[in-house]
Write a protein that binds this ligand. Structure first.
Ligand code: LLP
Length: 438
């Protein structure tokens, strides 16, 4: 998919760059991002919403992959940005992202984070609970600022992969429950705060969702809530933010919809359910993360050792693992892979791909069909653009990989590989235990 292909040498090529050359230049493990594909996904969202005729913002959920070059790219494409911590906010501001298009999320924003965001002049806070509402009002008042607010509500729609279930939704750490009156109460409180401007509501039902039903049901519930708030409190929402969660294809059997299908279903639902309530339809905001960047990423590894247990399993180890991709260990996530320097060869055996961490759970893929691999071969794991680099760790003091953007035969280093020095840069040895040389 994207700009990937197998070239005449039998090598995987992404964005016109031969991965064997990328390995020679940058080493492995290496995250490779297909820039054209990211741009295409951004444009699919912008074009689908433009076609809907509704007012909209598409905010890239930067938790999926937050680095300065990525922030620049989504700014260029005209998207807004969703951040959930001072670190993501700092990244965005340092990258020159317009503060007015930044939305700040999270269920426990600290006073420092709130101050930093108000000082930067961000576009809006997505307020999660009453404690935060009070804190935000107090800090805004002290700064003599007025801040835009969305209230995060839980519409009682909990989405899972391949299904959604309606729940009482009492059991979520996020947001104000529509069902038990908490959300209604929150609107009442928020609307009465002198330094807060209540723009509307936010709902996020889950991640890696393949159907539109969950989103449509969420719109229906939010619309019902909007009606009760209008009738009871005379408050109208200008903005309805429906979060992210649009699925992508990781492996065969995953059946995501096109971006235009998700957007079409949502905008139709908004037109249907809000028509009888408001004279002017609200703006629709969404926050895709995975579906912007997930399938544009590929991780390139070098094959090292192997362990063949006859009749049981053959383990093929690579030079990365759960430190650069914790998703298989955390969520039993499935991935596809190919031998990137012999991509034209047919698979001859079933092997399992192990990482290099001292932990049995550090497996990247169980049972993948590959040509017989040798030390030094390159393994490419697909669809690692989202929640890989952003969830990477230094477990076992393994250095985080480099990231390159590729397009039109050109590669640009956007994150350099961590050095050994980086590993100890924050370490301090108290003088009393500092080793004496004898
Ligand atoms: N908006 C809110 C409020 C969210 O909580 C999330 C994701 C998104 C937007 C973006 O969702 P997306 O479009 O990427 O599905 N680490 C997990 C995913 C956690 C998602 C958390 N929230 C994973 O690797 O699958």
């Amino acid at each position: 998919h994207g700009t990937s292909r197998i070239n005449d040498a039998g090598h995987l090529e992404i964005g016109g760059c031969d991965v064997t050359e990328l390995k020679a230049e940058y080493g492995t493990p290496l995250y490779i991002l297909d820039e054209q594909l990211v741009r295409r996904r951004c444009r699919e969202y912008m074009e689908a919403f433009t076609a809907s005729g509704l007012g909209f913002q598409v905010a890239y959920a930067s938790k999926a992959f937050s680095i300065m070059a990525m922030v620049r790219l989504v700014d260029e494409e005209g998207l807004s940005l969703d951040v959930v911590s001072d670190g993501e906010l700092y990244t965005a501001l340092q990258a020159g992202f317009p503060a007015g298009r930044i939305h700040f999320h999270g269920n426990n924003k600290t006073p420092d984070e709130i101050e930093m965001a108000i000082d930067a002049g961000i576009g809006c806070f997505v307020v999660d609970n009453l404690v935060e509402l009070g804190l935000l009002q107090a800090i805004a008042a002290r700064k003599e600022a007025t801040v835009n607010v969305l209230l995060r509500v839980t519409p009682g729609v909990e989405a899972h992969t391949h299904e959604y279930t309606s729940t009482g939704q009492t059991d979520s750490k996020f947001g104000f429950d529509i069902g038990n009156g908490a959300a209604y109460e929150a609107v009442k409180v928020a609307a009465g705060q002198p330094n807060l401007k209540l723009l509307g509501v936010h709902s996020h039902i889950g991640s890696q969702i393949f159907e539109t039903d969950g989103f449509q049901l969420a719109v229906e519930r939010v619309a019902g809530f909007a009606r009760s708030v209008k009738e009871g409190l005379n408050v109208e929402f200008q903005v309805v933010n429906l979060g992210g969660g649009f699925g992508i294809r990781y492996v065969e059997g995953d059946t995501p919809l096109q971006v235009s299908e998700y957007v079409g279903a949502i905008s139709d639902a908004v037109k249907t359910y809000f028509a009888g309530i408001y004279s002017k339809l609200p703006q629709i905001w969404v926050e895709p993360g995975r579906s912007i960047v997930g399938d544009a990423g590929t991780t390139l590894y070098t094959v090292g050792t192997q362990k063949d247990i006859p009749g049981v399993r053959k383990y093929v180890a690579v030079d990365g693992g759960m430190t650069d991709n914790p998703r298989p260990a955390l969520y039993q996530s499935k991935y596809e892979a190919l031998l990137a320097n012999r991509a034209d060869e047919a698979a001859t055996e079933t092997v399992s791909i192990a990482g290099k961490c001292c932990e049995s759970g550090d497996m990247l893929i169980w049972d993948v069909e590959l040509p017989e691999a040798n030390s030094g071969d390159l393994l490419a794991v697909a669809c690692t653009g989202a929640y890989n680099y952003s969830m990477a760790s230094n477990y076992n003091r393994i250095r985080r990989p480099a990231v390159v953007f590729v397009q039109n035969g050109q590669s640009d280093l956007v994150v350099r590989r961590e050095s050994h020095q980086d590993i100890i840069v924050n370490d301090i040895v108290p003088a009393r235990i500092a080793k004496q040389t004898v």
